[in-house]
Design a protein around this ligand. Structure first.
Ligand SMILES: Cc1cc2nc3c(=O)[nH]c(=O)nc-3n(C[C@H](O)[C@H](O)[C@H](O)COP(=O)(O)O)c2cc1C
Length: 335
């Protein structure tokens, strides 16, 4: 199944292998613009026959960057560079998406940082300002503007980053959302910010839409995979195509990790919410990926570090599974 195509609204992915979004922190000039590193890094994985590449967390506002070296999509000036990236990847027959993100209280840039509530991540982190209703509205609009720019830049997929303790995740969890207004106080109100971000994105973007979540906070008072089943159902109703199922990083509790440690969360959401999912996290072997798909535990396999080590991981996997993978024409004699 790993090398079978996957239909996604108006497009068909050539296989189920997805490059997971990974920050490169490579914008040394702090402009948020695409540079040579991105022009080499992403197309290399397209040459390696990945089915879908998701560009790293890309900031929807300058204050929403994790670091000053993040990629940005907060200005129309970012579109030209991103368009170069999509053209390079499309030229090698691979689809390309972008993860749009706001770091919330985990931003480390100069100036004020914001979150649903004024609670720092840990004792070493700065305390964020609790967002005003006006700031919330502006930030939702920034996600919408980012989706418009993603469309102008030629992306095939938009992924909303609602995981890993960044801004949207901070609204979703009762550990970080202590508001008592329209945007916090109970399950429905904690979900409202994400729901409005989805709507703002959809006003500009009619292509495939993914949402990445942290299915567990690994904390007794935090969110659990079962809590996310309910949210996944709501996201499906809103027209989200796939949940990319990660976990953790909302609060400083390191999870116990082992091969496929997040796959059970993907399996539960897929089964109980009836939505397509992507599995991610210490998936490194072809047989492991194949088992996840064959057992109906996910629809797509997201690979992070394995693809940093081996841009040609799909070729390695095809060999293991006895699949004939078409080489890039110029590499035929080596494949
Ligand atoms: C260098 C690096 C940067 C990352 N940046 C992001 C990111 O921008 N957005 C995101 O959702 N996850 C990010 N992650 C998490 C990965 O997408 C992935 O979920 C995680 O590494 C687990 O998968 P793996 O075991 O295949 O690497 C990053 C991981 C790494 C190693």
């Amino acid at each position: 199944m790993l090398f079978t195509s996957y239909p996604l609204r108006n497009l068909t992915l050539k296989n189920r292998i997805v490059m997971s979004p990974m920050c490169m922190y490579a914008c040394a000039d702090e402009s948020g613009r695409v540079n040579d590193w991105h022009r080499i890094h992403y197309p290399s994985r397209a040459v390696g026959q990945v089915g879908l590449i998701i560009v790293e967390a890309t900031a929807v506002t300058a204050q929403g960057r994790i670091s000053a070296n993040d990629l940005g999509i907060w200005s129309d000036e970012h579109v030209a560079g991103l368009r170069e990236l999509t053209a390079l990847v499309h030229g090698q027959g691979t689809h390309i998406g972008i993860q749009i993100a706001h770091a919330g209280r985990k931003a480390t840039v100069d100036g004020p940082i914001v979150a649903p509530s004024a609670i720092a991540f840990d004792e070493k982190s700065r305390t964020p300002e609790a967002m005003t209703l006006e700031q919330i509205e502006e930030t939702i609009a920034a996600f919408g503007a980012a989706a418009r720019r993603a469309k102008e830049a030629g992306f095939d997929v938009v992924e909303i980053h609602a995981a890993h303790g960044y801004l949207i995740n901070e609204f979703l969890s009762p550990l970080t959302n202590k508001r008592d207004d329209a945007y916090g106080g109970d399950r429905a109100r904690n979900f409202r910010f994400l729901s409005e971000v989805v709507r703002a994105v959809q006003a500009e973007w009619d292509g495939p839409l993914f949402v990445r979540i942290s299915a567990s906070d690994y904390h007794p008072e935090g969110m659990t995979p079962s809590d996310y089943v309910e949210y996944a159902r709501l996201l499906k109703e809103q027209g989200v195509d796939l949940i990319d199922v990660s976990s953790g990083a909302l609060v400083p509790v390191p999870p116990k990790v082992y091969p496929g440690y997040q796959v059970p969360f993907s399996e539960q959401l897929r089964r109980e919410a009836g939505i397509a999912t992507g599995a991610v996290g210490l998936i490194t072997e072809a047989e492991q990926a194949e088992e996840i798909l064959q057992s109906g535990r996910a629809d797509l396999i997201f690979l992070g570090r394995a693809l940093l080590r081996d841009p040609y991981w799909p070729r390695t996997a095809a060999k293991r599974l006895g699949v004939q993978l078409e080489p890039p024409k110029s590499y035929t004699r080596a494949w």
